[in-house]
Structures are given as structure tokens and as C-alpha cells.
Design a protein around this ligand. Structure first.
Ligand code: NAD
Ligand code: LYC
Length: 623
């Protein structure tokens, strides 16, 4: 007999009966004051092997109705039971009818546990909100997750971590962890990236700004003044950003407060908001090769050239790497998400894995809950989607017309291509001494920069943290842009053969350019394609994020967190300011602030809200 619910929210109860060898259980529901009119109980197997089998789930699901607070249910041992009570009558057929009032379960449900979703969730939890994070995969992190094979710990995405220092206002990863009482040991990276470019141009981006500038001006002495002016303008923006307290730009009390306290900095940012790095670089620099280098500097973080990269984003990454520096978390990037997920639970909120959201439930125009692929439903005051905007509006919101704002977003931005990634374990001796951790390779032709497979990104995190690989081995994480159309529709054998072929070509290129003998030193290799990214990250076409269709007006067209659907918010890289772990962490901070204001956990002014949201909507139409 279970007497007390593990969680006792107004209309949602979750009983975990795992490991209880019972076949019939009685639930004495400790109900809130209002008398529930109905409940539905659904039983789910706990063991992961059962979850893998849809038949097992179908076989045990059942629903019933009752008007009493004592319920007898036959459930299997090793099961978890979900009980939804109150407000809604959920009949056998699964159709919902509103039957009475009552409270809502959670303050916020977050769909997805990428860094964007986790930061939004944890920031809300520390403000006192009850949050439920639903993650499709078995661990948190999304593209910042990890996986282990044969003694290697691989980062799913790349390993360049901005925002992980101990100073300033822009160390958003450090701050997100600190907010939930976590701290991670980091290893300073002496070089952000080593560029290997056409015409044998080799540039190391040193942690010390002056050393980097010295190296660059050595290669382009005739452009010394232009170099100093361009990077100097980046610093002006970075310093303005770094002086602000970062919260939601959609919350007027905060925004006007910042304008009042730091008018010069806010006006600086407002001035640069619609501008792009390439146009500013061209004010100072004429040398085409140097301008191409700046394209490559931007491409590695935005997958587009400098002319299409917002100046605020470029300044953020071109300066943070010298200000706070790039720092790698000991034990791998995956530790960040694991720590945030733990922090979330420590704050009394929850995260469920293998929870694949298929529907956002909208009632009278308001997002009120979600439905999972296994039939479970969860309800909350607000729903935050960490899925991309294409997935959120194209797949999760069924039968809803695309809001005007989203139409505008899709007019300005397309899905960036995905990646082909190779996770490789190699014998340590193949790397020359003092090999840098991160490399960017574009061998012969500047025009190949943005072409599929044109340039190669390479991270060797074991240069910084040798614990990630077995003794005497290194990890090479290699990736290059690649589109879904190259991989879709191939029969299995052809698909596998093509993976091998492309991986061989990339390995040969690296062998020629950087590491002679690379092929013979391979100890482990796994190749992921856009299909892999789509499958494991649930990102439409495996996309890396939004990419402007043409020259954008800087960041002006990027949507923030609110959406055209009441109660529904987006977070992650298809929101302002875009791709990147630190960028999605900022979108999480902004989202949590806006949601907290909307559910009464932060100050708000409904009149100013309406005016600001209308104004921002209008600004976006100018993009
Ligand atoms: N700097 C780096 O080296 C680096 C490394 C890794 C990732 N990144 C960045 O991380 C960014 C992405 O972060 P993000 O937070 O926006 O998203 P994400 O794609 O990392 O995470 C989204 C999460 O949501 C889950 N999800 C999606 N749809 C779902 C559904 N319907 N039901 C349940 N779960 C669902 C996915 O499984 C995933 O875990 C990328 O832009 C990339 O730039 C950068
Ligand atoms: C509202 C209005 C209208 C106005 C107002 C004005 C103002 C106040 C404004 C403000 C603004 C702000 C605050 C902003 C902010 C921003 C930010 C924070 C940004 C950030 C960004 C970031 C980023 C973009 C990042 C990115 C990164 C990345 C992507 C990374 C990646 C990496 C990789 C891929 C690596 C590579 C590798 C190799 C080479 C190997």
C-alpha cells in the first residue's frame, strides 16, 4: 500500500513503484482541498529494456475513472505509475473534456535538456518554480552530451567552451552552474584554434590578445592599423556587453533599468544590433586574404562568412577567448549538462529521460501541456521548447496555423547544414609534440570555405585532459559541414559504404596536412552523418541551427523567447542570439526571466510588456 505521493502537486501525482514486488497496489491519494472529479492512471515499465519495446508499453497502459480519493490498481512490479487527477476528465479513449477548475501541475515544462533547456529550467527552479524537463534521450545535454566507447569519452559536439571563466558578466556557463551550487574544474586552453589556411597561411589564436595580434600583424604587416581598428571595435562591443547584468531583453522593467544605469553601453549595443562583422571589417581592411581570414574566424562559430555574421556575436567570441579564455571542463563537456541536471533535481524539480514529446497540447489558444509518444500527458502553466523552432512549430504543434512571427523568422533564416562527424581514437605518437587542441583546416581554395566538406574542424580534447582516452591514446573529433540530402534514401549498404568513403577522404586530408601516418594509427572510429544528428538530437534535418538566407540585419531578425502561442516559449539556438553553448545559455537565462515574470516570480508590468513586445515584433519585421 502506498500512502503518500512522491510528488503532491495540485493535479499531478507520480508514484514510482520500481523495485516493489507487488501486483496489486492501493493508492491513497492525498488530495488537495478541491475534490477531483476524475483521474487517469497509466503504468510504465521502469527497466530500460522494456522501454525499448513499444509492445511492452502498449501492453500495460490502462486508464480508468473514479470520483473517490482511494484507488485500487493492479500494476506490475518494476513499474512506475503516473496518476493525473482533477481539472480534466481523461476518458478511456484519451479524449479530454474540461470538467472543473483546479491548479496546474508544474510551473514550467521544458521540452529537451540541451544546455538551452537546462539553463532555462535551472534558472527557473532557483527562482522557486516547479520545473519538469522532458528529454527524449537517456542522458542530458543534447549536442553538448557525451558518449563512451572502448575506454574513450567523446564529446558529442565540439569542445571549444566560451563563457567558462571566473570573471566578468559573460561567463554564463560558470554562472549557470553556480546558480545550482555546482562548480567544475576547468583546464585553460592556451590556443583557441590553430588555423591552417590556403597559401600556407597558418595562424594560432593565442589566449593572450597581444600575442595573437602580434602573430596576425606579422603575417599582414601592411594591415596593422586595420587589424587593430577592427578587433578594437569588437572590444568596444564586448566591454559594453560585459558591463550589463544579462536578463531578458523582452522584459521592460529590466531593459529600461539597464538603459537608465548604463546608457552609453546600451546605446552602443543598440547601434551594433543590426550590423554584421564583414561590413565593419571592410571599413578598415583591404587585403582580400586578411578579409578571408576574418570570414574563417566567423565561419567557425556561425557557419556563414563575416558579411552574414552579426557583429555582436562576432565580438562576443573574438574577445571572450582572450578575456575569460577558452576553458575545457575536466572529464569532458558532458559534465556540464550532467551537473545542471543534478542541480535541477537538488532544487526540487524533475527531469525524465526517454520522454519523447510528440505534441504540445493547446487549449483555447494557450499551451497547457505536452503528450509523449507513449501516451503520458503532463500539464504546466508554461511550456518551454528547447527543440528547434522548425521542430516546435512544424512537428510538436499539431494543427495550429504557423504564427506570423514564425513565418517572418522562416523568411529570414533557413536551417544551417548539419555535420558529418568522426570520433576517432588514435595512437598518441602520431601527434607531434605541442599539438594544439583545436584546428581548422581549409587547404587550397578560399571559395571552399562554406561548401559541404570544404573545411575541416578538428578538436583533440585529450591534449588538455588525458583521462578521456585510454593510456597512450588520443581522441580526434573531426567534423565538416554536410547536408541531409547527401545521405537520405540510401540503402543501408550504400549508406555505410559512403560513410566509410567520406571518412577515408577526410582522414587522408588530415594525414597530408597535419599528421603523417594518421590512418595507420587509428584504434577506434565512428562516423555520424546528418541522419545521426537528426536521430539523436531530434533536430530537423540534423541542422546546426539557423542561418540567414541572405545578408541579415545583424541580430535584429532573431526572435527572443516568447512566441505567438500564449504560454509557449522557445529556448536554444533558434532564438536570440543563435548557435553556441554560451549563446544558448544566454537564451536560457533570458527565457527563465521572461517566464518567471509571467508566472509571478519576478516583477512585471503588463502595460509596458504589451508595448515592448509589440515594438520588438515591429523591429523584427525590419530585418
Ligand atoms: N562550442 C561548442 O563546442 C559546442 C558544442 C556542442 C554544442 N554546441 C552548441 O549547442 C547548441 C545547441 O544547444 P541547444 O540547447 O539549442 O539544443 P540541443 O540540440 O543541444 O539540445 C536539444 C535537446 O532537446 C531534446 N529534444 C528535442 N526534441 C525533443 C522532444 N520532442 N522531446 C524530448 N526531447 C527533445 C534533444 O534530445 C536534445 O537533448 C548548438 O547551436 C551548438 O552551437 C556548441
Ligand atoms: C532590445 C533592443 C532592441 C535593444 C537593446 C539594446 C541592448 C541592451 C542590447 C543587448 C544585447 C545583448 C545583451 C546581447 C547579448 C549577446 C550575447 C551574449 C551573444 C553571445 C553570442 C555567442 C555566440 C554567438 C557564441 C557562439 C559560439 C559558437 C557557435 C562556438 C562554436 C564552436 C565551434 C563549432 C568550435 C569550432 C571548433 C574547431 C575549430 C575545432
Amino acid at each position: 500500500m502506498l500512502n503518500s505521493p512522491l510528488l503532491s502537486f495540485p493535479n499531478y501525482y507520480y508514484y514510482n513503484t520500481c523495485n516493489m514486488p507487488l501486483t496489486v497496489q492501493t493508492f491513497n491519494l492525498h488530495l488537495p482541498k478541491f475534490q477531483p472529479l476524475a483521474f487517469r492512471a497509466t503504468e510504465f515499465p521502469c527497466r530500460s529494456s522494456d522501454y525499448a519495446s513499444p509492445a511492452a508499453i502498449r501492453g500495460v497502459s490502462r486508464s480508468t475513472s473514479c470520483r473517490r480519493s482511494k484507488v485500487s490498481l493492479a500494476v506490475r512490479s518494476e513499474s512506475a505509475v503516473n496518476v493525473v487527477v482533477g481539472e480534466e476528465d481523461i476518458s478511456e479513449s484519451g479524449r479530454r473534456r474540461r470538467v472543473s477548475g483546479g491548479g496546474e501541475g508544474f510551473d514550467a515544462i521544458v521540452i529537451g535538456s540541451g544546455i538551452g533547456g537546462l539553463v532555462a529550467g535551472t534558472q527557473l527552479a532557483v527562482k522557486g518554480a516547479r520545473v519538469l524537463v522532458l528529454e527524449k534521450y537517456v542522458i542530458p545535454g543534447g549536442s553538448s552530451g557525451f558518449y563512451k566507447r572502448d575506454g574513450y569519452t567523446f564529446d558529442v559536439g565540439s569542445s571549444v567552451m566560451f563563457g567558462f571563466s571566473d570573471k566578468g558578466n559573460l561567463n554564463l556557463i560558470t554562472q549557470a552552474l553556480e546558480a545550482v551550487g555546482c562548480q567544475m574544474q576547468v583546464i585553460p586552453d592556451p590556443t583557441t584554434v590553430h588555423f591552417h589556411l590556403p597559401n600556407d597561411l597558418s595562424v594560432r589564436v593565442h589566449r593572450e590578445y597581444d600575442t595573437f595580434i602580434e602573430e596576425l600583424t606579422c603575417k599582414f604587416p601592411h594591415e596593422k592599423e586595420g587589424i587593430l581598428k577592427f578587433y578594437g571595435e569588437c572590444w568596444k562591443i564586448f566591454n559594453a556587453l560585459n558591463s550589463l547584468e544579462l536578463k531578458s531583453l523582452e522584459e521592460p522593467l529590466y531593459l529600461f533599468g539597464q538603459f537608465f544605469q548604463k546608457p552609453a553601453e546600451c546605446l552602443t549595443l543598440a547601434y551594433y544590433l543590426p550590423q554584421n562583422a564583414g561590413a565593419i571589417a571592410r571599413k578598415y581592411i583591404q587585403d582580400m586574404q586578411l578579409l578571408s581570414f576574418i570570414d574563417a574566424e566567423c565561419f567557425i562559430v556561425s557557419t556563414v562568412n563575416a558579411l552574414q555574421t552579426p557583429m555582436i556575436n562576432a565580438s562576443m567570441v573574438l574577445c571572450d577567448r582572450h578575456y575569460g579564455g577558452i576553458n575545457y571542463p575536466l572529464g569532458g563537456v558532458g559534465g556540464i549538462a550532467m551537473s545542471l541536471a543534478k542541480g535541477l533535481i537538488d532544487q526540487g524539480s524533475e527531469i525524465l529521460y526517454k520522454a519523447n514529446v510528440t505534441n504540445i497540447i493547446v487549449d483555447q489558444g494557450k499551451a497547457v501541456g505536452v503528450r509523449l509518444s507513449d501516451g503520458r500527458e503532463f500539464y504546466a502553466k508554461t511550456i518551454i521548447s528547447n527543440a528547434t523552432r522548425w521542430d516546435t512549430f512544424g512537428k510538436l504543434l499539431k494543427g495550429e496555423a504557423l504564427p506570423k512571427e514564425e513565418e517572418n523568422f522562416q523568411k529570414v533564416y533557413v536551417k544551417a547544414p548539419s555535420f558529418l562527424s568522426i570520433h576517432m581514437g588514435v595512437k598518441a605518437e602520431v601527434l607531434p609534440p605541442d599539438t594544439d587542441c583545436h584546428h581548422f583546416v581549409l587547404e587550397n581554395d578560399w571559395t571552399s570555405l562554406e561548401k559541404p566538406y570544404g573545411s575541416i574542424f578538428l578538436s583533440i580534447p585529450t591534449v588538455l585532459d588525458s583521462t578521456l582516452a585510454p593510456e597512450g591514446r588520443h581522441i580526434l573529433h573531426i567534423f565538416t559541414t554536410s547536408s541531409m540530402e547527401d545521405w537520405e534514401g540510401l540503402p543501408r549498404e550504400e549508406y555505410e559504404a559512403k560513410k566509410q568513403l567520406v571518412a577515408d577522404e577526410i582522414t587522408s586530408r588530415l594525414e597530408k596536412k597535419l599528421f603523417p601516418g594518421l590512418r595507420a594509427s587509428i584504434d577506434f572510429m565512428e562516423v555520424g552523418t546528418p541522419k545521426t544528428h537528426r536521430r539523436y538530437l531530434a533536430r530537423d534535418e540534423g541542422t546546426y541551427g539557423p542561418m540567414p538566407r541572405s545578408i541579415p540585419k545583424g541580430l535584429l531578425g532573431m526572435p527572443f523567447n516568447t512566441t505567438g502561442i500564449d504560454g509557449l516559449y522557445c529556448v536554444g539556438d533558434s532564438c536570440f542570439p543563435g548557435q553556441g553553448v554560451i549563446a544558448v545559455a544566454f537564451s536560457g537565462v533570458m527565457c527563465a526571466h521572461r517566464v518567471a515574470a509571467d508566472i509571478g516570480l519576478e516583477k512585471k508590468s503588463p502595460v509596458l510588456d504589451a508595448a515592448l513586445l509589440r515594438l520588438l515584433g515591429w523591429f523584427r519585421t525590419l530585418a
